[in-house]
Design a protein around this ligand. Structure first.
Ligand SMILES: Cc1ncc(COP(=O)(O)O)c(C=O)c1O
Length: 323
């Protein structure tokens, strides 16, 4: 795949992508961002927090934003292949059905089976493989079956679409002090961070949050190049085998730091949110977990945005979490 430079991610691109996402036939929602109510979401730190409810987004996660712009830029009628643990796959399948194109999702076999079944219900093929084999299977589909690969996080169009989330945050809170974002391959974090910084919010501190067992971006920051690992976490969407190249470059430019949370922190965050009436999946709860477990420095008195990035969790999965 040809390398795309971070220099090509400009405010013009992100503004144009936002308009395309807004008017997309896929029906992307401008999700609500609401003040955190201390009565329902107790917090020891005294700060002004807003939560962005991307768990209410069409298809249940932010991924539809990037997919809307990614598909708008591609020729219709192709045969697309991707690798995904679930949420990208769901949005990809939804778009594929809408545009009447053929699609295949290569999934890590650790992803919940219910997600494969859901994706298949949109008429898309699913192949479940061990995480280290994901890319080999995708390459086989491209080389032997002539499919076009759509990356689930390392793709400029996708990142530009995700940036619409960051621009929406600024509509409500024009100068946030801190923005906290869940990070897997880094597409969401890169898009949100680019949108906020390129809009002129130089002082905003943007943090990515990863699970301890799937800390590819954290490790990439240390080694100063994108790295891979045998990633494992209850948050399967945050555990891709490697950090994205373009996301890494953009994160290096625009992100203050990556903080880590344990799977136990994530599980208790899912439960706390559920008790407050918010259904948020583990991958969508990591940013919240970092805030409530005091992993983000210097929040006292600050305007903070916490993105709840997805709500795709079934009743069966929820029973695995503490009361
Ligand atoms: C709910 C949720 N949040 C965050 C992410 C991380 O997104 P990215 O891979 O772009 O970092 C994912 C990835 O699938 C996800 O499903």
């Amino acid at each position: 795949m040809a390398h795309v430079s971070a220099d090509t991610v400009t405010l013009e691109l992100l503004t144009e992508a936002r308009e395309v996402v807004k008017s997309s036939p896929l029906g992307v929602i401008q999700t609500p961002m609401i003040p955190w109510a201390q009565t329902t979401l107790p917090l020891t730190i005294n700060c002004d927090i807003h939560i962005k409810l991307e768990n209410m987004q069409r298809t249940g996660s932010f991924k539809i934003r990037g997919v809307a712009y990614q598909f708008a830029q591609r020729e219709k009628g192709g045969h697309f292949v991707t690798m995904s643990a679930g949420n990208y796959g769901k949005s990809f399948a939804y778009a594929t059905k809408h545009y009447g194109t053929k699609g295949k999702v290569v999934m890590p076999e650790t992803a919940p089976v219910s997600r494969s079944i859901l994706i298949q219900s949109f008429g898309v093929d699913v192949e479940r493989v061990p995480t280290p084999c994901l890319m080999n299977v995708v390459n086989r589909c491209v080389q032997e079956e002539n499919m076009t690969f759509l990356h689930s996080y390392d793709d400029r169009d996708l990142i530009a679409g995700h940036a619409s989330l960051g621009l929406e945050v600024l509509d409500v809170l024009p100068d946030p002090d801190v923005v906290v974002v869940c990070c897997g391959g880094g597409g969401l974090l890169a898009g949100v961070a680019a949108a906020i910084k390129l809009s002129g919010c130089e002082k905003t501190r943007i943090y990515g949050v990863e699970p301890q067992g799937a800390c590819t971006m954290f490790q990439s920051f240390i080694e100063k190049h994108p790295v891979g690992m045998d990633a494992k976490s209850v948050a399967s969407g945050l555990a891709p085998p490697f950090a994205g190249k373009l996301p890494f470059e953009l994160c290096q430019r625009f992100v203050e730091g990556i903080v880590l949370v344990s799977d136990e922190d994530i599980k208790s965050a899912v439960s706390t949110l559920y008790r407050a009436g918010l259904v948020v999946e583990p991958s969508g709860s990591a940013a919240f977990a970092a805030v409530v477990h005091n992993k983000i420095p210097d929040l006292e008195g600050k305007k903070v945005v916490c993105i709840l990035s997805g709500g795709n969790i079934g009743k069966d999965e929820l029973t695995n979490f503490p009361d």
